[in-house]
Structure formats: C-alpha cells, structure tokens
Write a protein that binds this ligand. Structure first.
Ligand SMILES: Nc1nc2c(ncn2[C@@H]2O[C@H](COP(=O)(O)OP(=O)(O)OP(=O)(O)O)[C@@H](O)[C@H]2O)c(=O)[nH]1
Ligand SMILES: [Mg+2]
Length: 252
C-alpha cells in the first residue's frame, strides 16, 4: 500500500437506470452533495426499454450538473451489457458502481471513496459482516445468498463476504482488457472475480441494505442460479496472465 493518501480521486460513477425517478434523483443529489470533489463524472446508463420518466430525470440531472452528469444508451443488452459499455466509456482513475434504486445506500459512497484513497485496487461493500445488514430481504433469497457467498468465497479464498452486491469501486485499470462473458446480473460477480484473479488487492466496508421504494427488480429469483456458471467457469479456467497468480495468495 502506498503511504501518501491522495487528496482527491477522479471517480467515474456508473448508474444503470431502468424505471427509477425519485430514487435516481436522490442518489445523484446525495453523491454530489457529499463527494463532489472526488467525482469526475456520473454516467447514467439507460436502455431502449428505460422508462421515459427516468430518461427525463437523467436529462434534468445532466442539465443541473452539465460537466459532470451525462446519459448514454447502452448498446449491449441487459444489466451486464450496460455495465460493460459504461466501463469502456468511463475516463476516471476509478470506477464506482452503484444502482439508482437506492439499494446501494448513497450516503456510504463517501466512505467507499475514502477507503479507495488508501490505494486499495478494489473497495467492495458487504451486507454480511462487520455490522452490514439487511432490512426486508426475501428470507429464501437471504439463505440462498448466504450459502452462495460462503461457498464461492471459499472457492476463491477471498476474505470478501458479499461477492454479488453491485456496490464497489475499482481502480479503472482493473476493469480493462477483459473478455467479459456475462450479459445479465451475474456480471456483478464476474466484474469482481476477474480483477481478483489478476491479483487486485481488496477490502470491504459494511452497508445496510433496504429494498427499493419504486420500480422493480430486473432479476427474477431463478436466474440467481446462473451466478454459479461464471463462478465455476472462471475458477477452473486457465489464469489470464501466467505471470499472475490464478488465485491471489493474500487478499484483503
Ligand atoms: N441500463 C440498464 N439498467 C438496468 C438493467 N437492469 C437493471 N438495471 C438497473 O440496475 C440497477 C440494479 O438492478 P436490479 O434489477 O434492481 O438488480 P439487483 O437489485 O442487483 O438484484 P436483485 O436483488 O436480484 O433484485 C437498478 O437501478 C436497475 O434499474 C438494464 O438492462 N439496463
Ligand atoms: Mg435493485
């Protein structure tokens, strides 16, 4: 770790948007109020299926912060496709991924960025340890999620405890040069596992998860089983770079 803590980062915040309005506006207002000096840009990624009310809010926010907030339509399909596109558009030194449905509590962005200044390659968040928690989470999903985190965490020998939660920051270089495979929600796992396989250092901070207050999830429960596919495929495929350890010796 480097000793010198930088005063400011240049963070590209990526927010995928489908049917959020109030939640999207709250999210952007909170991060602009609390993290503005570290924000290089906020990219609102919309799809051709995004609600016109949501697109109107993106336009309103872009007009309010013209050199910071911008909106662009994804070219690849689904959530994973939107994120693959946005990762390639981002020009900041760091990429912070968060949702626009308030399920990634925006007041925590400040602590995530502060932690990233300590020079970690990845700062993830966790609902599962150190005081992280859930409120109103489906009980079946809760148990399934716990089992998945424990199992896949062991398989990858990582100390990170919430591998599927899409609220984290990376040094941008760790999201470059990958041949991404997942187009749907399992991309949230793939974009963590591939950098870890490159040897990225990582840590996590606890957050409290609350369900969205508007719009709906775009991930039906049965599709969560698809997370296993990328987890196993990556674990047992050859390391991308033979000079890098397949599984980092020490993580976090
Ligand atoms: N641009 C774009 N945004 C999406 C797409 N799918 C989901 N999103 C947005 O991405 C964020 C996360 O999606 P959700 O469907 O809520 O997924 P989640 O909360 O991670 O998953 P669950 O807990 O399984 O519901 C939300 O703000 C969605 O509006 C998509 O295909 N394109
Ligand atoms: Mg959500």
């Amino acid at each position: 770790m480097s000793d010198a803590v930088p005063t400011h980062l240049a963070v590209s915040i990526i927010m995928p948007v489908m049917d959020e309005t109030v939640s999207l506006r709250d999210t952007v207002e909170i991060v602009m109020n609390e993290c503005a000096p570290d924000i290089h840009e906020i990219i609102c990624v919309v799809s051709k299926f995004s609600a016109k009310e949501s697109i109107a809010v993106c336009e309103e926010l872009a007009a309010r912060w013209p050199r910071v907030v911008w909106m662009r339509q994804q070219t690849k399909p689904y959530l994973g496709g939107a994120l693959q596109d946005a990762f390639s558009w981002a020009t900041g030194s760091h990429i912070l991924l968060m949702a626009s449905d308030l399920e990634t509590p925006p007041h925590d962005a400040q602590s995530i960025i502060a932690k990233a200044k300590e020079s970690w390659d990845i700062v993830a968040t966790t609902r599962w340890s150190q005081g992280g928690s859930f409120e109103g989470y489906n009980p079946v999903k809760f148990v399934a999620n716990w089992l998945f985190q424990k199992g896949i965490g062991l398989l990858y020998r990582t100390k990170l405890t919430d591998l599927t939660y899409g609220y984290r920051i990376w040094k941008t270089e760790f999201l470059r040069g990958h041949k991404w495979e997942e187009l749907r929600h399992p991309f949230l796992l793939e974009c963590l596992l591939r950098p870890l396989r490159m040897g990225a250092t990582s840590t996590e901070i606890p957050v409290h998860w609350k369900p969205r207050i508007e719009g709906e999830s775009h991930n039906p429960f049965w599709r969560n089983f698809l997370y296993f596919r990328i987890a196993f495929r990556l674990r047992f495929s050859p390391s991308p770079d033979p000079t890098q350890p397949k599984i980092p010796e020490v993580i976090g």
